[in-house]
Design a protein around this ligand. Structure first.
Ligand code: NAP
Length: 483
């Protein structure tokens, strides 16, 4: 099934940090794909900005090489790469100085939508907002896109929000969490709110528990300095896992509109109980299978930063009271695997007797590597003899059901085009970000004040044994990573 493409009007997109890693790997290849798909008109202007003096030609070469490296080969040959490069310009400017700003102002087209992508460290967000709005480069329709990390605690997030709010109103600010741009994450809403089947069962009366796992095989090399200060709680739980939790647990919004959806997500975060210290397991990977330990990767033999976290939490609201949510994320785990599993309760009575064993329905939502949704149902084991039961998956792999995903936009493409179309549904609002930090901060402060050290776990394992015990104590098991 080929995705429907609705072209947008020509726009000006300025990428601060246009020579950075994120621009190279995600933003520019994503824009190229949308151009190839016919969504971005050729009058559009994309301006990379950074301090380096590489000039327009140098930037076009940089972008061409990024596209060759990070786009599928066939895309580069079938689509007009040269035509895309024509859209590109580069301006050397300093976010914290005078240099380059007049050049940028001269390049912008009057009357066009302007989007400014802050693909730079958060310490520059305030300067950029000030220079843009103070220098008259924006109007009421202009938009800014900001990247994570959005603060490292509540106080810093509030300060960032205040710095942006001083110059832009909330409707102009797009805080990216690329997990929300994934096809399956949106499908989660479609499955929940487009079907009659699930919603009546979506509560503590029928759901035993919910597991959210975001496992990565990669270590922290390449991001060591940043990660050592952040850890898994700040880097993953406060944003990505929290957003997934919101989507799985929220009430049906009245409409699929930015503020109605975000209002419901906010209510979920505010309903989260504080996490009990004995419901958290922090881990740190050790050397195994030929890869270095976390401490070697960050070059700190005494590091106490966690590269893994597993926790159990509860929501104090009518729908979910009593249903545990188990969250788990980490680096150097057995497989790259992001999934949410909704485990339903046992049938109230088994007519097949105890020998039929325990069978539970499960809805599994896979985010990566292969996006899809599976419903596990119980049927009779085929063949003669007694009534034996087996669990089989009703599989909805998107690649199979909806054709090749080659045409489907990836998360960044979708989100950038949402910015241009002015749709904030999949972006975090200021109060959501702050509520997530307000829940995360005491957890972090708790282990800092106790001086807790993370538990070691072998690289490429499923994490520390204590994480298995966290859920096993409750008579449950994690779904296997990579299954
Ligand atoms: P990066 O590779 O270090 O690039 C930083 C960019 O900012 C460069 O283009 C740099 O260009 C520019 N820059 C730095 N100081 C500047 C200044 N004073 N004025 C103007 N430009 C300046 O960083 P990145 O990995 O692309 O990450 C950018 C942001 O996205 C960060 O906040 C990061 O946490 C976030 N993020 C990154 C990823 C990722 O996969 N990389 C994923 C999620 C979020 P010059 O040196 O030429 O000035």
């Amino acid at each position: 099934m080929v995705s429907r493409v609705i072209p947008v009007d020509p726009f000006d997109l300025i990428i601060f940090g246009g020579t950075g890693d994120l621009a190279r790997r995600k933003i520019l290849p994503g824009l190229f794909r949308r151009f190839c798909a016919g969504q971005i008109p050729s009058e559009t202007e994309i301006i990379g900005a950074g301090r380096s003096e590489i000039g327009q030609q140098g930037y076009r070469e940089f972008v061409a090489s990024a596209i060759h490296e990070f786009s599928k080969r066939e895309e580069c040959s079938i689509c007009g790469l040269n035509e895309f490069l024509e859209l590109l310009d580069y301006i050397s400017l300093d976010a914290q100085g005078e240099r380059g700003w007049a050049d940028l102002a001269a390049r912008l087209h009057p009357g066009r939508l302007r989007a400014f992508y802050f693909s730079v460290g958060p310490s520059l967000f305030g300067d950029l907002a000030e220079r843009l709005a103070g220098g008259g480069l924006t109007d009421a329709g202009s938009r800014i896109v900001v990247e994570k990390p959005f603060g490292h605690d509540l106080e810093s997030a509030q300060a960032l929000n205040a710095a942006l709010a001083a110059r832009f109103n909330e409707r102009q600010i797009y805080r990216i969490d690329h997990y929300l741009g994934k096809e399956t994450v949106q499908n989660l809403m479609a499955v929940r709110f487009g079907n009659m089947l699930f919603e009546p069962l979506w509560n503590s009366q029928y759901v035993d528990h919910i597991q959210i796992t975001v496992a990565e095989r990669v270590g922290v090399a390449g991001r060591a300095a940043f990660y050592e200060k952040a850890g898994a709680m700040r880097d993953m739980v406060q944003n990505h896992l929290m957003q997934l939790l919101c989507l799985i647990a929220m009430e049906p919004p009245a409409k699929f509109e930015p503020d109605t959806v975000r209002d419901e997500k906010l209510k979920v975060i505010r309903a989260l109980d504080p996490v009990e210290p004995h419901h958290i397991v922090r881990g740190q990977y050790t050397a195994a299978e030929g890869v270095a330990s976390y401490r070697e990767d960050v070059d700190n033999p005494r590091s106490r930063t966690e590269s893994f976290i597993a926790l159990k939490c509860h929501l104090s609201n009518w729908r979910w009271a009593g249903t545990p949510f188990y969250l788990r994320t980490g680096k150097r785990l057995r497989a790259r695997d992001s999934q949410i599993t909704v485990v339903f309760k046992d049938a109230p009575h088994s007519i097949f007797g105890p020998e039929a064993g325990r069978h539970r329905n499960e809805l599994r939502i896979k985010l990566q590597p292969d996006e899809g949704i599976t419903l596990k149902v119980t049927i009779k084991d085929p063949g003669p003899g007694g009534m034996r039961l087996v669990d089989v998956p009703l599989d909805m792999s998107f690649a199979e059901a909806l054709g090749s995903d080659a045409d489907a936009p990836d998360a960044y493409e979708r989100l950038i085009m949402d910015v241009i179309r002015g749709n904030q549904t999949l972006f975090m609002r200021d109060d959501e970000v702050e509520a997530a930090w307000a829940w995360t901060d005491p957890v972090i402060r708790g282990w800092e004040s106790r001086g807790d050290a993370p538990k070691p776990y072998d690289a490429y394992s499923a994490g520390p044994d204590d994480a298995a015990m966290l859920i096993r104590r409750d008579g449950r098991e994690w779904r296997e990573i990579g299954s």
